[in-house]
Structures are given as C-alpha cells and as structure tokens.
Design a binder for this molecule. Structure first.
Ligand SMILES: Nc1nc2c(ncn2[C@@H]2O[C@H](COP(=O)(O)OP(=O)(O)OP(=O)(O)O)[C@@H](O)[C@H]2O)c(=O)[nH]1
Length: 240
C-alpha cells in the first residue's frame, strides 16, 4: 500500500515516555519485553496505559469511566437488537462501620473480597465495575426478565455467605443491597436514565431494611417520560 506523503514521521526516541513508564512501573503493570523503542514496544506501552486508565486500582475491576462507556454501548445494542439487558447496582451495607471498627485497611480487604465474589458469580460476558467507594455495578447483557431476580438474589446470597479474613484472628460477614432495572427494549434510551432507574431501586432496597435486592417491576413496559421524548425526538429527526 503506498504511504501518504503528508504522513508525519515520528521518531519514538524523541517522545517523552519517561513519565508514562514510571506510572506503569509504579502501578506494577507489566512493561513490554519487546525491543525498547520499537513500534511493537510503543504499542504495548499504549495498551498498558489504556488498561491502567480503565481499571480500578484496588479491585482491578472496570472503573467508573470504562463502566459508563460499556453502559452506553449496551444501550445502543439493546435498542438495535431488542435483547433484554439488566443493570444491577450494589452497595455494601453499613460499610462505614467496618472502616470505623476495623480500620481502613480492613475496609479495603472487604471491598476486594466483594469484587472477587462478584466476578465469580456472574458470566464472563457480564461487566462488573467498581463505580464508587463501596458501590459496584454489573451490566448483564442478554438477561431475560424472568431471570433478573434470580441472579440478583444469587449475588446477595453469595456475599452474605462469604467469610472475609481481615486480620489473622478476625473474619467478618457483610451484606449488600442491590437495585436493578432492565434496559427498555427497542427504545433508544440514555445510559444516565438507566442508571438512575437502577439507583432508585437500590435506594428502595436500603430503605426497606438492606441485605435485599429490589428490581423494577414490569421491566418490558416501563418507559419514562424522558425516554418517550427522546424516542419521539429521534423519530422526528429520522423523518426529516
Ligand atoms: N476502606 C475504604 N473505605 C472507603 C473507600 N471508599 C469509600 N470508603 C468509605 O465508605 C464509607 C461509605 O459510607 P456510607 O456512604 O455512610 O455508607 P454505609 O456505611 O455503607 O451505609 P449504607 O450504604 O447506608 O448501608 C465511608 O466511610 C467512606 O470513607 C475505600 O476505597 N476504602
């Protein structure tokens, strides 16, 4: 393929890569073992930086930024395919008292243990993210409405049964509250609205006593006024 004459030539040696390499080293990321300053080496550095900026440092789950991107992609996919998709948001109950009683390091161990349990409880195709201090979110593509409550309950039970060793002598039990909402099928909605609906259910689970999962009722027919107006605007645009 003929190369474009206007394409600028970049000498990798001239790039200021030291700060990026230090960042990767400090984060314990694997540095590329290909020939330094080769094209393959630079690509591996870029890949490692992308990985670093999309993962949560404590749990290695997706961070909020990459979760939001995944949620937007899922909204588009559902609108095109009509497949059901469930969003679960999950919050550790009374987590402040774990920190206050056992210390911040013990709190971190609890967060890591919950993250690991979530990864082991859902399918590889599901996206598990840490979206806040002690708050997680899970996107479950292709999850039938009839299965939503079962999967949320399975997660709740798994965490409840989990012994978490915070010191050699001390093991803790914790619980989580979950909220869930299905993406409206065949409707181009927004990731933000979907998240708000799941959050409302989480709020309900907390208010009703914690250690429970609340899912939005009648998932297939629930379309908010905002979503209807977005769909209307889109239909208008398409007909113009
Ligand atoms: N150890 C640790 N604590 C964190 C981290 N991020 C946030 N927190 C703490 O998480 C706690 C959250 O407390 P709250 O928002 O009051 O929630 P809660 O105590 O779980 O109460 P409910 O959610 O109502 O059951 C605060 O004490 C934060 O300091 C973290 O990365 N590590």
């Amino acid at each position: 393929m003929p190369s474009s004459p206007s394409r600028p030539h970049i000498d990798i040696q001239d790039l200021r890569l030291e700060p990026a390499l230090q960042l990767l080293q400090q984060a314990g990321a694997m540095l590329p073992d290909t020939e330094p300053h080769s094209r393959a080496w630079l690509q591996a550095v870029l890949d490692a930086l992308c990985d670093l900026s999309s993962k949560d440092a404590l749990t290695h789950l997706d961070n909020r930024r990459s979760f939001e991107m995944a949620l937007s992609r899922e909204v588009d996919r559902v609108a095109r395919s009509g497949e059901p998709a469930l969003l679960l948001v999950l919050d550790i109950d009374h987590f402040k008292s774990v920190n206050d009683t056992y210390g911040h390091a013990a709190g971190d161990l609890v967060i890591q243990a919950v993250a690991k349990a979530l990864m082991q409880t859902v399918r590889p195709m599901d996206t598990v993210a840490r979206v806040g201090g002690e708050e997680f979110a899970i996107i479950l593509p292709n999850c039938p409405a009839t299965f939503g409550a079962t999967v949320a309950e399975r997660i709740r039970e798994t965490v409840e049964a989990l012994p978490i060793q915070v010191t050699p002598m001390q093991s803790l039990k914790i619980t989580v509250s979950l909220g869930g909402a299905f993406a409206p099928q065949w409707v181009r909605s927004s990731a933000l609205l979907w998240m708000e609906r799941a959050d409302r259910q989480l709020y309900r689970a907390k208010a009703e006593g914690r250690n429970r999962a609340c899912l939005e009722a009648q998932p297939d027919s629930l379309v908010s006024a905002d979503e209807k107006s977005m769909l209307f605007a889109l239909t208008q645009q398409e007909s113009e």
